[in-house]
Write a protein that binds this ligand. Structure first.
Ligand code: FAD
Length: 414
């Protein structure tokens, strides 16, 4: 793999950018692989990368029905944070944040991590009490969090209206939270995995799972059958469809989640702001656009609160908090399908079907989990047993009643 550096950039410029190599190989499907990963989003690509890098397992294919990063990974709102309530979630998501912090160096690809802090607002005394409890739990989990007064918040976010229909009583910030460039994350992992020998096969849809009794032995694809020692599903909002091919029913509800992007404006917001009650969050991208989102759609395009279109509901909430943004023009919007579990905690690990593994149930928060998801699923595939950090995220938790309710920390997933 050609290393990127200031010198390679200069050499590229001097040769009029004609000599750049493709970042990853165009692979053709082979007859069989030790491990087949379905879905070339961040989770699938990161798992392939860590399988090759940390465990030396290189006979791996990542199959993608479209082009890599064309699912939720390449279009989400890019928020990374680890301010979760329960210790199991905090340990997993904070490992992820630590991996994010070194990822540009690890992948030799600038993922543009910007740790500008994520600020969660409270709009009543009761909410502030709950947020303080949440912030304390985060600190007990050894994750950074800081409770802020309305004055502190105004200093950080001067455009925010504190005394409107949703008065701001305070909030808390996770200073290490931030954003990164989502395409770069998919491309960086793809480049790293491909260089280590992983075959990334695009335009290859998995249409069925080959089974011998209760055991998965491969996949049927739009480009023919491919044998596999193990198969991992990393297909975000399509997990229940693929799992059903092996007769597995999953406790997930698939919903649409939308993101909106405004025209670019001058820098005016240098933190990510989230209001769980108003159901809206926003940040400003490095290009100046205001990137915002709200709750998942209970029915296509209708909000769960007032029965009005989600777009209208989310924009009304944003304008209430940021009156100056009423003049913004919306540039684009997009909706992806997300799989939401009853406790909004992911579904990870082996399944009751032999050789079938799942990295799913990510709901509205699987982007931030890409490095840790890849790392722990690679370990799980190699050992045939869950990595200690994701043991609690297995499907069996529903049978045992051991749910990890992250409804509040998931922010907008319900
Ligand atoms: C609007 C929106 C905003 C979001 N914002 C955030 C955020 O700010 N922070 C955060 O942490 N998370 C966020 N998320 C969630 C996050 O994007 C996802 O949880 C994460 O990207 C999941 O990664 P993945 O690799 O599992 O899925 P994906 O990136 O969706 O990749 C799955 C891939 O599988 C492919 N596929 C599906 N079926 C098949 C098949 N049969 N055969 C072959 N390939 C197949 C798809 O084409 C796709 O490329 C958001 C999601 C949405 C929709």
């Amino acid at each position: 793999m050609k290393r990127y550096s200031i010198f390679s950039l200069a050499a590229g410029a001097l040769t009029r950018h004609r000599r750049w190599e493709p970042a990853w190989r165009t692979a053709q499907p082979r007859k069989a692989y030790d491990i087949v990963i379905v879905g070339a989003g961040g989770q699938g690509l990161a798992t392939a990368y860590y399988l090759a890098k940390k465990h030396g397992v290189r006979n791996v294919a990542v199959l993608e029905k479209g082009y890599l990063g064309s699912g939720n990974t390449g279009r989400n709102t890019q928020v990374t944070r680890s301010n979760y309530y329960w210790p199991e979630s905090a340990a997993f998501f904070d490992l992820s944040l630590k991996l994010w912090e070194g990822l540009s160096t690890e992948l030799n690809f600038n993922i543009q991590l910007s740790q500008r802090g994520i600020l969660t607002l409270a709009h009543s005394h009761h909410e502030l009490d709950a947020l303080q409890r949440w912030a304390n739990a985060i600190q007990v989990n050894e994750v950074d969090s800081l409770v802020l007064s309305p004055e502190d918040i105004k200093r950080r976010v001067p455009l925010l209206r504190l005394d409107g229909r949703y008065p701001v009583h305070g909030g808390f910030i996770q200073p290490r939270g931030g954003t990164s460039r989502h395409d770069a994350v998919a491309w960086g992992y793809a480049r790293g995995a491909s260089a280590l020998g992983v075959d990334i096969i695009q335009q290859c849809e998995v249409t069925g799972l080959a089974m011998q009794g209760d055991r998965v032995t491969g996949v049927e694809t739009s480009r023919g059958p491919i044998g596999a020692g193990k198969v991992m599903l990393a297909v975000a909002g399509h997990t229940s469809v693929l799992a059903a091919m092996a007769g597995l029913r999953l406790p997930v509800v698939s919903m649409t989640l939308q993101a909106y992007v405004s025209e670019p404006i001058k820098p005016c917001l240098d933190t990510i702001l989230l209001s769980p009650v108003v159901h809206m969050y926003l940040s400003q991208s490095d290009r100046g656009e205001i990137v915002f989102g709200g709750g998942a759609d209970a029915y296509p395009s209708y909000s769960q609160r007032g029965g009005v279109p989600v777009l209208q509901d989310t924009i009304a909430a944003m304008i209430e908090l940021f009156p100056a943004f009423s003049r913004l023009r919306l540039m684009r919007q997009w909706g992806g399908i997300v799989d939401i579990t009853p406790d909004t905690t992911p579904l990870m690990g082996p399944t009751s079907v032999e050789n079938l593994y799942i990295s799913g149930g990510w709901g509205t928060g699987g982007y931030k989990a890409i490095p840790a998801g890849g790392d722990t699923m690679a370990y799980t595939l190699v050992h045939g047993a869950p990595h200690p950090l994701i043991k609690a995220f297995g499907l069996d938790r529903f049978a045992r009643g051991a749910l990890i309710d992250e409804g509040a920390a998931s922010g907008v997933a319900h």
